[in-house]
Ligand binder design. Structure first.
Ligand code: ZN
Length: 328
């Protein structure tokens, strides 16, 4: 089994809005095997069924029994009720309630725990990544949505339901020009997440001279159709020095700096690591404007801000860290 020296194994599951990823790991965060699939959203039950099936698949593939497993950690997009192990009105799924831990523990016969994915990532970074040895630390993800996990004085902040870190829904625009996926207005995520950047672009392009818009590479990439604007095209066009796109990336950077300043003012971390697809694919274009403008909005001493060294796997490390913390 890949040179594994322990028979104590954990399952980590990263349940995103689109993909579910499953890993088998030892207690040191050494991954033994991984698999992933698109999330089966055919019913609420299908989601836990899929995670159970993928766990059985990995065990069979690696030639060990379910009995070798000590626990399962599931890091999921929220909101959720951690104690009850359920997702409640998850923004990325069309269900009121998605039971997670009960069906998984019953079916596999081992303990399982649920954690908000960004909170889990903070725990993963502390156990396995750049935050080792730090007592004050925050993780921010800019992806389909925006989330945060914070460790303050060595304690992972969770809140009454495990949603203490929903910073994607802090208000950065009191006029509430854009509506968030959660239904409320003016939230950071409504302007700067991968899913919502197109709404921000449409709002800004409406105010610009038609000639400037039509001349831009971004407009051409969308085939002249504003409904086809995408975050991917924006960063690609800005990377090719399209003037309008460079300006829009800077504007998004200022809004991100406001969000980061709120996190720094609330939690006073000595390090912030940043992950999520939008960040990982556009490192300089995301981080440089934040580093430049955050000083305009903070009162606390500015911490180091850098991309997570755990990359795409930060959610899986978070799930394993949660399993180690809460099921053993
Ligand atoms: Zn919101």
């Amino acid at each position: 089994m890949n040179g594994l020296v322990t028979d104590e194994l954990w399952i980590g599951i990263d349940l995103g809005g689109t993909w579910v990823r499953v890993v088998v790991s030892d207690e040191n965060g050494h991954f033994v095997a991984k698999t992933s699939e698109k999330v089966d959203k055919s019913s609420a039950k299908a989601i836990s069924d899929q995670m159970i099936r993928l766990t059985h698949f990995l065990c069979k593939e690696q030639g060990f029994g379910i009995k070798s497993l000590r626990g399962v950690g599931i890091a999921a997009t929220g909101p959720l009720i951690q104690e009850e192990g359920v997702l409640i009105h998850p923004t990325a799924m069309p269900f009121d309630c998605v039971p997670i831990t009960k069906p998984i523990s019953e079916e596999l016969g081992i303990p399982s725990c649920l954690i908000n994915d960004a909170a889990g990532a903070a725990l993963g970074e502390k156990m396995f990544g750049a935050a080792k040895g730090l007592d004050n630390y925050a993780y921010i993800t800019i992806s389909t949505g925006i989330g945060c996990g914070a460790i303050v004085n060595g304690t992972l902040l969770l809140g009454k339901d495990g949603n203490a870190h929903e910073v994607g829904h802090i208000v950065i625009d009191y006029e509430g020009r854009l509506k968030c996926g959660c239904g409320k207005r003016g939230h950071w995520e409504a302007y700067c997440s991968g899913n919502n950047i197109p709404n921000f672009l449409r709002m800004r392009l409406k105010d610009m001279p038609k000639k400037k818009v039509e001349k831009s590479l971004l407009f051409r990439m969308a085939g002249g159709d504003l409904s086809r604007l995408s975050a991917v095209d924006l960063f690609a066009a800005a990377g090719k020095a399209d003037n309008m796109s460079v300006g829009l990336v800077k504007e998004i950077g200022v809004l991100n700096a406001i969000g980061f300043a709120n996190v720094i003012n609330a939690y006073d971390p000595s390090l912030i690591t940043v992950g999520g697809t939008v960040t990982l694919k556009n490192r300089a274009m995301i981080l440089n404007p934040i580093r430049k403008h955050v000083k305009d909005y903070v009162i606390n001493r500015i911490p180091k801000i850098k991309v997570t060294p755990l990359g795409d796997d930060v959610g899986l490390y978070g799930a394993i860290a949660a399993a180690l913390r809460y099921t053993s």
